[in-house]
Design a protein around this ligand. Structure first.
Ligand code: AMP
Length: 204
């Protein structure tokens, strides 16, 4: 099954994509993660866009994605998280693959800002927490699991967050209309387990 998860930053789509990916045995592909893990020339090309919350150019994004979905583990399907983000990317995606279902996770801007400002993760083991909402770490500075330092993402500062939400409404939300025949809408203002149940129920 080839799925797309769409939702504003902070909607928990990354967390859900990870859980559903394990449930269905298909890889979770986040273009944001692919860029954060990039090295060398690509890293140099994407860093400035990412730090200011702007979108990386579509052609470069497609190239990275195409490489990833041509790997053997994507044969049975995959979950795309963070792609496509605008109409041009929808059209580019059509040229490389077909999508079965699109899951939209909804969240108000108010809740998104609150969640993103509190978002931290462990520098060492990458476990994610939120300082204001569950799952909170026992100690705001250190990871519960390995004691590593808890850090914010470079682009989780107020200015970059507002920019990312603005781009979401202006460029990403309109693409939902392109997928209206295969769209499943899920309420993101519920706990993690309930959201997972709702997604799995809708996919069955
Ligand atoms: P994310 O982790 O999905 O919030 O993505 C972090 C950053 O990576 C974004 O703010 C963009 O700079 C870049 N990025 C991720 N996915 C895309 C995409 N589909 N198109 C362009 N830029 C992207």
């Amino acid at each position: 099954m080839k799925l797309i998860f769409i939702g504003p930053q902070g909607s928990g789509k990354g967390t859900q994509a990870e859980i559903i990916s394990e449930e269905l045995g298909i890889p979770h592909i986040s273009t944001g993660d692919l860029f954060r893990e990039a090295e060398g020339e690509v890293k140099g090309q994407v860093d400035l866009y990412m730090q200011s919350g702007k979108l990386v150019p579509d052609e470069l994004t497609l190239k990275i994605l195409k490489q990833r979905i041509s790997q053997p583990d994507c044969k049975k399907g995959f979950i795309l998280d963070g792609f496509p983000r605008n109409i041009n990317q929808v059209n580019l995606l059509k040229t490389i693959t077909e999508i079965d279902k699109v899951i939209e996770i909804t969240l108000s801007d108010f809740e998104a800002l609150k969640r993103l400002e509190g978002r931290v993760s462990c520098e060492k083991c990458k476990e994610g927490y939120n300082l204001f909402t569950e799952p909170k770490p026992k100690n705001p500075l250190h990871c519960d699991l390995c004691g590593g330092r808890l850090v914010r993402r470079d682009d989780d500062n107020e200015q970059a967050i507002k920019k990312r939400l603005e781009i979401y409404h202006k460029e990403t939300e309109p693409i939902l209309n392109e997928y209206k025949d295969i769209l499943i809408k899920i309420n993101g203002e519920q706990n993690i387990e309930k959201i997972t149940q709702d997604i799995l129920k809708a996919l069955r």
